[in-house]
Design a protein around this ligand. Structure first.
Ligand code: ATP
Length: 287
């Protein structure tokens, strides 16, 4: 096999809690991760020229060693002493710097892609062990689906998928730095924590209302304060009948959960009409 193509799926956080800041500066989290049907496309081709040749279809994204795709490829090629080269093209669809793990999921796709292309026989655990050095969300992206993520994001427990619903994703036209959001969070001063264990129970029972009533993200305390448009998008979704709406990750993307496609689409039109976000998608959980 000389070339393969892979989709790299985005994630949202149905719940996100920060337990504490560790002495080494990392934050200990407790999050419910969910893959959604929005993806980047990566094409891998084996070439005889040694090296990594990456091209990206968006100019603002680095196409060199700063790209997480490049970092993952470099790590794998070094570890497995691969002397030939690889050409990778990355087609971006996932909103960038948006709280949807775009870069992390691209890196995860590189582990699966190069494993197949070079027939490396890597286990998921091996991929995750290497992936966490690239980013805390990479181990989750390597497995995908619904999962509880703990530690700094590397302690993962697979969960059953939640019931199907219509998902509206809206990304306002601002970029948020994950690092800055965490730096401005005072984990020890949080007065309220999401009921993550209760949400796990609701997922197990396939109880959509039990899930949506527990949707909470402690990072909203930082990002929403800085960007009121996030609150406006949440309100527009709720006014149009969302079961609930929440910021994903460190933001600024907001997702709303709807029981019907029709109300989801109405909310999309409303958000566009009010000019709150230009990247708006009606989608679903994946798989
Ligand atoms: P997370 O949810 O994990 O915090 P994010 O959605 O906030 O991720 P990304 O889309 O991964 O953030 O991108 C953040 C920054 O990382 C971008 O501004 C970009 O410069 C850089 N970057 C590196 N590799 C990639 C990639 N493959 N795709 C997108 N951005 C990348």
């Amino acid at each position: 096999m000389d070339s393969i193509t892979r989709k790299a799926y985005a994630k949202i956080n149905l719940g996100l809690d920060v337990i504490r800041k560790r002495p080494d500066g990392y934050h200990e989290v407790k999050m419910i991760m969910q893959t959604v049907d929005i993806w980047d496309l990566l094409k891998f081709r084996k070439i005889s020229n040694p090296g990594i040749f990456l091209s990206v279809d968006q100019q603002e994204i680095p196409a060199g060693p700063d790209n997480l795709v490049y970092k993952a490829a470099e790590m794998i090629m070094q570890k497995y002493h691969i002397n030939s080269g690889v050409e990778i093209t990355l087609e971006k669809h996932i909103p960038v710097a948006a709280g949807m793990a775009g870069g992390s999921t691209d890196a995860a796709a590189v582990f699966h892609g190069l494993d197949q292309l070079f027939d490396l026989g890597m286990s998921l655990e091996q991929m995750q062990g290497m992936g966490v050095k690239i980013g805390a969300d990479v181990p989750y992206c390597i497995m995908g689906g619904t999962a509880l993520s703990e530690g700094i994001g590397e302690v993962l427990t697979a969960l059953a998928p939640p019931p199907a619903c219509t998902l509206l994703i809206a990304r306002p036209d601002i970029s948020v730095s994950t690092k800055l959001v965490y730096e401005n969070l005072h984990a020890d001063k949080l007065t309220k924590h999401p009921d993550i264990d209760g949400m796990i129970g609701a997922i197990r029972e396939r109880n959509l209302a039990g899930i949506t009533e527990r949707m909470e993200n402690v990072l909203e305390t930082v990002t929403v304060k800085a960007y009121p448009v996030i609150q406006q998008i949440k309100k527009a979704m709720l006014d149009k009948g969302a079961e609930n709406a929440l910021m994903s990750g460190s933001g600024p993307t907001v997702f709303g959960i709807f029981k019907e496609d029709r109300t989801g689409k109405e909310a999309l039109e409303e958000i566009k009409k009010q000019g709150l976000a230009s990247q708006v998608f009606v989608t679903a959980f994946y798989p």
